[in-house]
Design a protein around this ligand. Structure first.
Ligand code: EPZ
Length: 424
């Protein structure tokens, strides 16, 4: 298995180009199931998860052609298979995004329940409730959710759950509603930019969606969707991760193709910590004072502080001058990185969904184990500043969501390389 060897202490300098958003590309790829005609997607990141979604779509009768420079061509060739099996879904939860399009376009979808993962339980009950509100019949057979509907009918539905809105749940219901009879109103919809990007893609194919990006989305059903050419938005979580890379190494880096308006909750906290994040033309410049201030952070649905940047920000706060508190309201168990950061000398205490971070003067390199995508990114960030050598094992977790990350960090001056070998 591949691992990263990192020698900490280099201050990052230079410019990095932000890739297309993984969590926008995945549902938009699934939405190609709805389209009669070719879909051409630009700025698609080259990631393990993108390839997994492509494999799933191929099994569902959608052909795919990659072109250099992040262009992906998708076209429905055959509508026979409507089954997303366990093998594919357990590898990538975002596979559930085919549920709505299959039901809406083909009248049937059989998708394996995704089960749990490193960040906690991953239920899809809200997805199913939303699709049932449009007229779907649901049945659980052998761990698969089987949904059927001759014709879906628009309705007003509430999609909020105990942890707030659901991102892929909103995506599924929206993709089902675009071909339903009449009007659908989704109340307590997810407001994430990736959901808005999906709605913009669907509208470019002839859908009639308004209110996306707000908690109330209205969809007026249409008879069919054409194909279209569409460019995926930049990845705000990747951008946030690189911003922290610049801050934690006390460097000065520039980000190109970064939509700062998608990161305001994080920028708000970083400024309190002592990290400056400013627009300069069409770039974003990151610099930090040597002394980092402690802060309190609670993760919330967008536009609140993103759960996908919780682990990375914890790595930064390990070096703040005082005690910080992070409370995780989206995935209360999303703390696989706590034990590994402690191996690097961080002083962390978990109290239920909250972690108290006692700032230390320095971190010290050691072998650590990647677990989920964002926890792994946090370990790389900590390794960039830890004294001596850090070895991050099982970096395939990182390859799921960050394109060629070690090469882009090397280009910013980091002493990091990818090696193959057994876990240490
Ligand atoms: C999306 O996952 C993202 N993935 C996740 O990013 C992200 O962490 C998450 O949204 C929250 O922002 C993709 O977009 C592919 P949710 P999703 O449904 O849609 C509960 C990454 O690192 N819930 O918004 O699966 C759920 O348990 C990944 O790129 C229900 O209770 O998340 C959670 O506590 C990790 N019932 C909360 O809602 C449901 O039916 C938010 O989940 C659905 C969700």
């Amino acid at each position: 298995m591949d691992y990263f060897r990192i020698n900490g202490g280099k201050r990052l300098r230079g410019t990095v180009e932000i890739s297309g958003a993984k969590n926008a590309a995945l549902p938009i790829m699934a939405a190609s199931i709805l389209c009669e005609g070719e879909v051409v997607l630009r700025n698609v990141p080259d990631l393990i998860d993108i390839r997994s979604m492509e494999k799933l779509l191929n099994k569902l009768g959608v052909s795919s052609v990659h072109e250099p420079g992040g262009t992906l061509r998708l076209k429905v060739q055959d509508e026979m298979n409507c089954h997303a099996d366990y093998d594919l879904v357990r590898q990538m939860r975002a596979s559930v995004c085919v549920m709505g399009p299959l039901l809406s376009k083909r009248g049937r979808s059989q998708v394996s329940l995704p089960g749990g993962c490193a960040i906690g339980d991953r239920p899809v009950n809200l997805h199913i409730l939303g699709l049932q509100a449009l007229g779907a019949e649901a049945e659980l057979i052998n761990g698969d959710i089987l949904l059927k509907a001759k014709r879906l009918t628009g309705s007003e539905l509430f999609l909020g759950g105990p942890f707030g809105s659901t991102v892929t749940g909103t995506a599924n219901v929206m993709m089902a509603a675009v071909l339903a009879e009449g009007r659908t109103v989704i109340e307590a919809a997810a407001c994430e930019p990736e959901v808005a990007d999906l709605a913009n893609f669907l509208n470019a194919c002839g859908a009639r969606i308004t209110g996306h990006g707000s908690p109330r989305i209205t969809i007026d059903g249409v008879k069919k969707l054409t194909g279209c050419e569409y460019t995926i938005i930049p990845d705000r979580i990747e951008a946030g991760t690189f911003i922290i890379a610049g801050a934690i190494t006390n460097g000065e880096i520039r980000l190109r193709n970064c939509r700062l308006e998608h990161l305001l909750a994080m920028v708000d906290r970083l400024r309190l910590i002592g990290v400056n994040v400013e627009r300069e033309g069409d770039e974003v410049v990151v610099s930090s004072t040597r002394r980092l201030e402690p802060v309190d952070i609670t993760t919330q649905p967008y536009p609140g502080f993103p759960t996908d940047l919780q682990a990375q920000t914890m790595a930064l706060l390990c070096l703040a001058d005082g005690n910080s508190i992070i409370t995780e309201k989206i995935y209360p168990d999303r703390f696989m990185h706590v034990g590994e950061l402690s191996r690097l000398g961080a002083k962390l205490r978990k109290e239920g969904p909250t972690v108290i971070i006692q700032g230390v003067k320095r971190l010290v390199g050691a072998p650590v184990m990647a677990s989920d995508l964002r926890a792994s990114a946090a370990l790389v960030l900590a390794g960039l500043v830890a004294k001596g050598e850090t070895r991050v094992n099982r970096v395939y977790h990182i390859d799921r969501g960050y394109e060629k990350v070690e090469r882009r960090l090397q280009a910013l001056g980091a002493d990091i390389e990818r090696r193959s070998g057994e876990d240490e």
